[in-house]
Design a protein around this ligand. Structure first.
Ligand code: ZN
Length: 370
């Protein structure tokens, strides 16, 4: 589907959707809270294309994402990302799978001894690698064809996510117990890689938003002390490095999964004025926006969540009710509030459920305290 197959985006919609996004930084409040359900391969379904097609054609993928943004009336940003970034740049093999994003089949680091010898690529080498080739193809398409929907993002995840694209997750977990200092070393290298990658994006587009935070380092897999050592501390160090290198200023802290026991720790993470904090779950329940905005509302834009399991498998009414209670509790957060989902918008979620989140924001997302 080349560019000419896509109908133009309605400019009136774009203007009003764009003004919703600016709310946290504007003096005059917009009409209501904006919705950002992290639209990725779900957009392929809107155009009756497969997930493999989406990831195999990054330029067409972002056109579909931009079209889906208008269709659902959500944040007008042409995102393109997936989880297994960066392994291929260092010699890992990335393979495509039916119905799923690209995944690493082999990883470049095989033994603890390899960690010492592992060399992080400087920006001038990383920028020509397979990850940025794909990523820049997507971003350039948005930049050229949908300039008002362009917001350059560098996909990183936290340091553990970068590291597990280099070493198998089983080895990393084993080393946490048997040779924790090897993991420390690995995570420092992952932080150096974050600086290098964000510098590439900044060099090309002038500014960028780093997606970082903690996905593997969550309460379901690690205890608080481990999350501090293998998540919070090295991620904080890496954010400082990226900001110092002039490769920010956007910081998107994606605290995926259960963060009941460690969310408060992230209050002291380095944040720029352009920081979004998203927290998935409080134990098994969705993280309540009241608790979220209470802890972070003075420092960052809070991205409140609707449970992706509910969006995927619940009824439209269940999604609407949860979105309603989250937006009512979070909308007047002092640094701004976005209503979203606990992770990527589920690929095969019923469109009616995605729309139910927007419906709730329209019905209950008007600001009252601005
Ligand atoms: Zn996530």
């Amino acid at each position: 589907m080349p560019a000419e197959d896509f109908a133009p985006i309605d400019t009136n919609w774009l203007e009003s959707a764009g003004s919703l996004w600016t709310t946290p930084f504007a003096d005059v409040p917009s009409e209501r809270v904006i919705v950002d359900p992290i639209m990725l391969s779900h957009a392929a379904g809107v155009y009756k294309k497969s997930v493999e097609y989406f990831y195999g054609n990054p330029d067409e993928a972002v056109r579909m994402v931009c079209g889906a943004c208008e269709l659902y009336d959500i944040t007008p940003v042409g995102h393109f990302l997936y989880a297994d970034y960066w392994g291929a740049d260092y010699g890992g093999e990335l393979v495509t799978k039916a119905g799923a994003p690209p995944a690493l089949k082999t990883r470049p680091i095989k033994t603890a001894e390899d960690v010492d010898a592992f060399r992080v690529l400087p920006p001038e080498e990383l920028k020509d690698g397979p990850t940025f080739e794909t990523h820049f193809k997507a971003l350039d398409t948005v930049f050229n064809e949908y300039p008002q929907m362009f917001a350059p993002i560098t996909q990183l995840g936290g340091v553990l996510e970068v590291a597990t694209n280099w070493v198998s997750i089983d080895d990393v977990f084993m080393w946490m117990v048997t040779e924790p200092e090897v993991v420390d070393k690995l995570l420092t290298k992952a932080g150096d890689h974050m600086e290098s990658a964000c510098s590439c994006t900044a060099e090309r587009y002038g500014a960028n938003v780093m997606i970082t935070g903690s996905v593997i380092a969550s309460g379901d897999l690690l205890d608080r002390e481990q999350i501090k050592r293998f998540g919070f501390d090295p991620v904080s160090k890496a954010i400082r490095k990226v900001l110092k290198a002039g490769a920010g200023p956007g910081v998107y802290l994606h605290l995926c999964g259960n963060h009941a026991d460690d969310y408060d720790m992230w209050r002291t993470a380095p944040m720029s004025p352009f920081t979004v904090v998203q927290i998935g779950y409080d134990g098994k329940d969705i993280f309540p926006s009241a608790k979220h905005t209470e802890a972070f509302g003075d420092r960052a834009i809070c991205l409140g969540c609707v449970d992706t399991k509910l969006v995927d498998r619940g009824t439209q009414m269940q999604v609407y009710e949860q979105a309603k209670s989250q937006v009512l509790a979070g909308k007047d957060s002092p640094s701004g509030y976005i209503l979203g989902t606990s992770c990527e918008c589920p690929t095969f979620a019923p469109p009616a459920n995605v729309r139910a989140i927007v419906k709730a924001a329209r019905d209950f997302g008007q600001y009252t305290k601005f």
